[in-house]
Design a protein around this ligand. Sequence first.
Ligand SMILES: C[S@@+](CC[C@H](N)C(=O)[O-])C[C@H]1O[C@@H](n2cnc3c(N)ncnc32)[C@H](O)[C@@H]1O
Length: 603
Amino acid sequence: MASPKSNVSMPPTLEADNKNKSEDMESQSQSQSSFAPTPEAKSEDEGSHESQRKTVHDDNKSKKATEKATTSTATPTPSASPAFDLVKAAEDLLANAKKLTATLDSKPTDANHDAPLPPSPEEMILRQHIAKLGKKIALETGPPMAQLMSEMATVADTAAWNILLTWRAFDHIPLNGSISIADLARAIQADENLVSRFAGMLISTGKLIGSRPGIDGKENGPPTHISHSRISRLLRTNTSPATAAIAIVSFGNGMKGFAKWPEYFARHDRREPYPMSYSSDEQILVYESRSSKGSSTAVSSVKVIGRRVQDGNRPFVQTPFSLGWGHPDLAPWEVKALYPEYARMFEMAMAAKDKGAQGALGGDLGVGVYRGVNSEDPGSKFSLAWLASEAAARLGAAINNKNAKPSLVVDVGGGLGHFLANLLTEIPEIKPEQCILQDRPEVIAQVAKNMEGGDERLKGVKTMAHDFFNCQPEEAKGAAVYVLRRVLLDYCDQQAVSILERLRDALSDSGEGRIIIMEGVLLDKPTPENRLVDMVMMNLGGKLRNEEGYRKLCKAAGLKVMGYWVDVEGASCVVECVKEDGMGGSQERSDPVLTASWDTCLD
Ligand SMILES: C[S@@+](CC[C@H](N)C(=O)[O-])C[C@H]1O[C@@H](n2cnc3c(N)ncnc32)[C@H](O)[C@@H]1O
């Protein structure tokens, strides 16, 4: 029996129309047959085409229709990647769902019921696996057009959570129970209709839960109240400051720049962010920020106060981030300095990374816990334990020789000093006075404020406002270790080489000093989390790199890699390097494109 579909010959106008149909219509027709036909159905189709060929061969229009049908049979509508096995994926999902349920059923209950017990590593793995499988099944089986629309909805979804986050709306939704949209609108001083529309978007994607409590006989209207989902409660800055900060920074570092990509790449020739050369008379705008008093948001007013000539020692890169924030002529860190509240959020997000809240994004780059394997010598573990004896030796030398260099560790671009604080705890033989924490002036000022506020972790550490594109000051030269943690990924290759060169110049000639680079790694097999970091880094003018990328930078900066450790997941690495013998001025280095043409610190 011929299938009804195969007997339909299209009227000419419809057929012509069909030829011109846009992709979305094609997707819709795909969506109607998103599962590949069974073998029986296929042979029915083929049989009907055969009979058509015999009976209407002299009818031009029908012939066209037949050819069209034959073509569509020869190339069946794609429904899923060839390697995807729906039944196996669904069975896998079910098996994992049962395991998770059993794990949860056997989970001991918390004695005081205030907070749920944290999930075990096994529970976390199961949850992640189930979520990934669910997503994969939806992607491979959902009607293509519907899938595409759902992806597009995430754009509006993200914009809605960002605006409610900016207005701190999530803080006003109680952890238990609900709030009326009218009350919420009052609390954040916004129009009720507006809040209702943003909330509606988030209710539609499950980020908020909508309800209509106590409305007699009118249960079918729109939600009048909202309560938290298990995701949105993480966006409360008052109870989950770290995760809320990560979300705020994801938008500020990510979405703002992403939205500007078309404009940015139109200006910059579809190239990765690269250093620009400014002629000496070209000038760059200088801004001043004015924090709006009492504002809980990251917005301050910003005013142009003058112009400056680009510092000839520093390669300057225009970035999508700075374009997105409205200051294309400033480096991202300079932009952040204009928005103190955003800078504070950024520091909190950094601290959260250290506490493991975001381990999946950057890998574990703490002190003493690095589980990485050395690609050159799998038996050798990365460790800074040798600093204990080096600390004692340097202290001894300082007692005998007043000119001896006291600096042991310099944390370059060290932020609020999380790394140094951990190092001092892990290796108590290191005296705080032997450590230097360097960063931009406003970050160092924040460190001082934290200390005044009672933070004792860095007591005794020398803090120093220092720009890592400049030569190290005398007192920071000749250290045993220069740490660069989560710094190079913010920069393009030329800038990264320049930063490394400045540290190379600071290493003593004895060849004993080391530079330790700790960074995220670009995975060969892309994962969304890993590529998200890379895309955000593109906004900042930087990039994630793999082993080859880091080795290339070191070589261009005249450094020899002594060890490259990468963690189990491959998401983070530690690169240990020393001064390459006989590599002097930049003209002697191997890569003329990457090697800086700006000044060196060597005499
Ligand atoms: C991603 S954070 C990493 C902070 C710290 N190393 C850590 O792992 O927690 C990068 C740091 O580099 C600092 N930075 C940016 N530009 C700098 C410059 N030109 N000189 C010194 N520090 C800079 C930033 O202020 C920020 O604290």
